[in-house]
Every structure is written in structure tokens, then in C-alpha cells.
Write a protein that binds this ligand. Structure first.
Ligand code: MEV
Length: 333
């Protein structure tokens, strides 16, 4: 079978610094693109069926792939994903696959891709696959660097994501990267974001809206602290944000055990992402990141010392059709 074209997209991971869950309801959040890459290789063939590493069933089992393909007129592709992110770890694995595949399907070459359009489409696809959620993950991966989603306009505006299901719109603004290293630790408990977001929806329906408001106000203070590169204040706000997430019901005894084991040795530590499992994010004192990672390992988590990835999802051009990328274009509807 002849390969028509091949595209390789590389996406960073993400860690929410402030405001997860509240951002779903339009409150502000701050998010970091982190240097844990996911590589999506897409090859197109002259055939009807699409596969994941050669398996049609494997492809159909991943709703993000099915929805991304459905949103274009492409067919007959084989997708291969290599990721340094644990699956369902709260570090953006599904958003990375979604935006990586969409970028490969819709961009002829690195310069033909528009991050604002890609961010809007990636959110539509992720929402269709997940049924709930905000554009925080997909916009972070498309923008790279540090961003606020739904903030009150401190940073330069990158784009706006239109409303979905009566929520939004969300303004996505660029914040400065203070240049620090961060420690993320995967608890080893995979958690599907959609399920946790739906459970929070029930708590909110039962009257927990004041917690969301407090998280939103805290995220605004977080944006100001990031602009000042005030490391101590960012850490303090992370601890406060964690307490509010626990009040919202997305912590667990195991997460509290992990957080307790490192809290006094960090400036701040919190759940990052949906919670109930997934990962936690810590800000260490300068130069103490490896020591904090070691403490995380001692309590049985999988730690990563990461930095902000200034680059968002990008296309890497590769053969065999053309070394210049001037290959027959895949459908780009
Ligand atoms: C997940 O990374 C962040 C949540 O706020 C969900 C969302 O924004 O879609 C929990």
C-alpha cells in the first residue's frame, strides 16, 4: 500500500497552576505548557479505514481520534502516538493527541498553521469526545508558554474561544514565564477528566458555587504574582488553591498523603488538573527541585522536574513524500 503523505506533530504537556474546575464555569485559570512531549505520527494511505498502530479497533477505541478525524474530511490514516505523559494523568495527554492529530491533518507545513484556529478546533473536538470541560488544556498546548484562560486582561490577548453549551467565551492571554523549574508527580491513579468534571458539576448544582468564586479570585491574584515573578506568593497561592480544591471534593486520602509528605519542603503544592488521582504540582525553593522529586518518589509517585515549554504544538516535517513538505495536501476542511 502506497503512503501518500506523512506528518509528525509534537505537542507539549500542560499543568494547571491555578483555577482548574472553576475555569469550566468561566472563572480565570493559569496554565503552563510543560516540556513533556507527545509525538503524533500521521501517515495517509489510499484506503477507507483509519488505524492506530495498524489496528482499526484501536483507533475506534479512542474518542479523541475518532472526533478529530470526523471534524475533517480525512480518511485512511494510520496514527502512531509516542508520549512521555502517563495516560489520564492530568497532564494533558488527551489534549496533546487531539491537537497533534488536528495539526497533522490540517496543516500543510509548519508555517501554514494558525494556533488560534487550531485551539478553537481542538476544543470543539475535545468537548465532543468528553462532553464537558473548558478550553484550558487545548489552548495551553496550542499557545505554549504560560497563559491565563478567562482572566481579566493582564496579559496580551492571544485569542478568544467561543461559548460552548452556554459557558464561555474564554479569553486566552499570554503571561510571562518566570523561568522556574516545577515538579510534577503522577500519583499512579489514572482519572478521566470528564468524570471528575461531571461530579464537580453535581456539587456545584448542589450549591458549592462560592468555592468556585474563591478559586477565581485566587487565580486573579496568581496572575498578578506571575507578572511580578513572586515565587513565594505563587507557592502560597498554590497551597490555598489546593485547600479549595479539597473543599470542592476532588482530593482523596492518597493525594493528601502525597501532599503532606512534601508540603513543608516546598513553597507550594497542589492537585493539578481534574484531581481524584492524576498528578500534583509543586514549586520548590530555588535549586531544590531534585530533592523534592526524590521525596515524591519515596511516597511512591512518578516525579518529573519540568520547565515551561515556550513552544506549543508544532509540525515536524518528515519524508518520505517530500523533504520540503510540499507533499500532496491532506484534506484540511
Ligand atoms: C483539566 O486539566 C482542567 C479542568 O478544569 C477541566 C477543564 O478545564 O476542562 C478540571
Amino acid at each position: 500500500m502506497q503512503e501518500l503523505w506523512r506528518r509528525v506533530a509534537v505537542s507539549p504537556g500542560k499543568a494547571i497552576l491555578f483555577g482548574e474546575h472553576a475555569v469550566v464555569y468561566g472563572y480565570p485559570a493559569v496554565s503552563l505548557a510543560i516540556d513533556l512531549p507527545t509525538t503524533t505520527v500521521v501517515r495517509a494511505f489510499d484506503r477507507e479505514t483509519s488505524t492506530l498502530d495498524g489496528s482499526e479497533e484501536g483507533f475506534q477505541r479512542i474518542p479523541y481520534l475518532v472526533q478529530a478525524l470526523r471534524s475533517t474530511s480525512a480518511k485512511g490514516i494510520d496514527v502512531s502516538i509516542r508520549s512521555s505523559l502517563p495516560r489520564a494523568s492530568g497532564l494533558g495527554s488527551s489534549a496533546a493527541v487531539t491537537s497533534g492529530l488536528l495539526m497533522a491533518l490540517t496543516s500543510k507545513n509548519a508555517s501554514s498553521s494558525d494556533p488560534a484556529t487550531l485551539a478553537a478546533r481542538s476544543y470543539e473536538v475535545e468537548f465532543a469526545a468528553q462532553g464537558v470541560g473548558s478550553p484550558a488544556d487545548t489552548s495551553t498546548l496550542c499557545a505554549g508558554g504560560v497563559v491565563s484562560i478567562g482572566g481579566s486582561g493582564y496579559g496580551k490577548n492571544l485569542w478568544q474561544i467561543p461559548p460552548m453549551n452556554h459557558r464561555g467565551p474564554w479569553k486566552v492571554d499570554r503571561l510571562p514565564d518566570p523561568g522556574w523549574s516545577w515538579v510534577v508527580a503522577y500519583t499512579g491513579i489514572p482519572k478521566a477528566t470528564g468524570k471528575v468534571v461531571s461530579a464537580v458539576g453535581q456539587a456545584v448544582g448542589a450549591g458549592k458555587t462560592d468555592v468556585l468564586e474563591r478559586i477565581g479570585a485566587l487565580a486573579e491574584r496568581g496572575i498578578a504574582a506571575i507578572f511580578r515573578a513572586d515565587r513565594d506568593e505563587v507557592g502560597k497561592l498554590m497551597n490555598e488553591n489546593h485547600r479549595l480544591l479539597a473543599e470542592l471534593g476532588v482530593s482523596s486520602p492518597r493525594i493528601e498523603e502525597i501532599i503532606e509528605a512534601v508540603r513543608s519542603e516546598t513553597l507550594g503544592v497542589k492537585i493539578t488538573g481534574a484531581g481524584k488521582g492524576g498528578s500534583v504540582l509543586a514549586l520548590a525553593r530555588p535549586g531544590e527541585e531534585s530533592r523534592v522529586a526524590h521525596l515524591f518518589a519515596q511516597v511512591g509517585t512518578v516525579p518529573f522536574v519540568v520547565r515551561v515549554s515556550s513552544s506549543g504544538v508544532r509540525l515536524q516535517l518528515s519524508g518520505p513524500t517530500s523533504p520540503t513538505g510540499a507533499s500532496p495536501a491532506p484534506p484540511s476542511s
